[in-house]
Ligand binder design. Structure first.
Ligand SMILES: Cc1cc2nc3c(=O)[nH]c(=O)nc-3n(C[C@H](O)[C@H](O)[C@H](O)COP(=O)(O)OP(=O)(O)OC[C@H]3O[C@@H](n4cnc5c(N)ncnc54)[C@H](O)[C@@H]3O)c2cc1C
Ligand code: SF4
Ligand code: SF4
Length: 397
């Protein structure tokens, strides 16, 4: 069990040294040699062109599951801080850890991110494992997978939670596959039953809820979407233990290079999953041009425009605007649904909004079942009037 260099095959090329984020390889007598601080993360295996590195990790059946303790979260960062979903995960992890009598750990990978530790600790985190390096400033699949896998192998958490964002959806399956453990994606509920993580998520097109457990593998791993788990009130007097993880990343050895990051939301505008006000349109909007009516209202009340899948499939809005089961889950203070029937797949993405206003010509539309305020009528007549009135009143104030 462990890592081995096949000396006959090793040419001493040194590529593995550059790929090892934990600086655990050196060349001795023209052959690679592994140091004791190797975490078995596997980053070196991928780069060796001569198949000279063999790794054997403990098989599931050989694992002593009682060694695995504590609930971890992977902290996703954004331009200048911590993503809201990471705080949602921290809140949920705290609740689960309290039930189990364990600690909450958080992993931060980034460049100069230590100043964020106090904020993360405030949401219930006990220990923060932080790796800082300028090559971690942007997400990079292989670097992040290698480091996180190494940390999990070293510290043996019982549970690891990821955000079901673009980043989390790329990272979590890779880590799970490397560790040969299961992963439940897009959980809408997480709790503890008989000491195991009960991972609940919709299945079969949202028609049933499935409860999933991983009794034989550790860590138990799950992703949850933004806006699904409730954020707890922060306590800024809490302090976390900070564990700095020294990492060494040679940019020349990076197999994945980020050439350009293209943002689809205009700078300064909130993304759909972090907006306080969303005005969404469905098939009833009728055309891409008609969405201008919703955009005008959004401008007046500082909102963001969303869409049903029908509107996205019609090509009226980009995929990134879609709210629902196969789109984004949102939880704004105000959600205005215009020309949206309110099928279950749309509802699961928005029903936790604080206040829902529905505008629909059909009085029997299911959206009215969950709306706090329903207006039966044509949105082309209602929204412009509403917008003018709001403009007048907002100007007065
Ligand atoms: C696996 C799966 C995943 C899915 N994921 C999603 C998802 O993520 N998000 C999603 O939205 N859907 C999703 N769907 C599709 C979902 O089932 C519905 O088909 C879709 O939500 C319907 O969109 P809609 O309400 O805009 O259109 P419709 O159901 O056609 O409703 C249009 C509504 O507009 C009203 N209307 C028409 N004209 C006007 C007017 N002038 N003023 C006011 N009201 C008007 C009508 O009365 C009607 O109620 C998914 C389906 C499946 C099977
Ligand atoms: S990359 Fe492979 S061949 Fe090159 S030094 Fe490392 S183990 Fe040897
Ligand atoms: S820490 Fe990872 S990259 Fe470094 S030697 Fe061990 S397995 Fe290879």
């Amino acid at each position: 069990m462990g890592i081995e260099i096949v000396l006959d095959k090793c040419t001493g090329c040194g590529l593995c040294i550059k790929a090892c984020p934990f600086a655990a390889i050196k060349i001795k007598d023209k052959k690679a040699e592994i140091e004791a601080n190797c975490t078995l993360c596997g980053s070196c295996v991928e780069v060796c062109n001569f198949d000279a590195i063999l790794i054997e990790r403990p098989k599931l059946s050989d694992k002593d599951l009682s060694e695995y303790k504590n609930v971890w979260i992977f902290v996703e960062l954004r331009e200048k801080g911590v993503k809201k979903v990471s705080l949602e995960l921290a809140s949920k992890a705290r609740e689960i850890a309290d039930t189990l009598g364990e600690n909450v750990g958080a992993v931060i990978l980034g460049e100069k991110a230590k100043h964020l530790c106090n904020e993360i600790a405030a949401y219930g985190v006990d220990v923060i494992y932080i790796a800082e390096n300028n090559n971690l400033s942007e997400y990079n699949t292989s670097n992040y997978t290698g480091i996180l896998t190494g940390l999990i192998l070293k510290y043996k958490p019982n549970i690891v939670l990821f955000p079901a964002t673009h980043l989390g959806r790329d990272l979590a399956p890779r880590v799970a596959a490397t560790l040969e453990v299961g992963l439940t994606a897009d959980c809408t509920g997480l709790s503890i039953k008989d000491g195991l993580l009960l991972q609940s998520r919709p299945a079969f097109g949202g028609n049933i809820m499935a409860d999933i457990i991983s009794p034989n593998a550790r860590p138990q791993m799950a992703t949850t979407r933004p806006n699904v788990m409730k954020i707890q009130k922060p306590d800024f007097t809490r302090k976390a233990e900070i564990v700095s993880i020294p990492v060494d990343i040679d940019s020349k050895a990076m197999r994945i290079v980020i050439k350009e990051i293209v943002k689809t939301t205009k700078s300064g505008t909130k993304s759909l999953d972090e907006a306080d006000i969303i005005i969404s349109g469905g098939r009833g909007i009728g055309s891409a041009d008609n969405f201008k009516i919703l955009e005008d209202l959004a401008k007046t009340i500082n909102g963001v425009v969303g869409a049903s899948r029908a509107a996205v499939d019609a090509g009226w809005r980009p995929r990134s605007d879609q709210v629902g089961q196969s789109g984004k889950t949102v939880s704004p203070k105000l959600y205005i649904a215009c020309g949206i029937s309110g099928k279950i797949q749309h509802q699961v993405g928005m029903k936790s909004s604080d206040t829902i206003i529905a505008i629909n010509m059909d009085p029997d539309a299911p959206i009215f079942d969950i709306a706090d305020c329903g207006i039966i009528g044509d949105f082309t007549e209602i929204i412009p009037v509403l917008n003018e009135e709001l403009k007048k009143n907002l100007c007065k104030n």
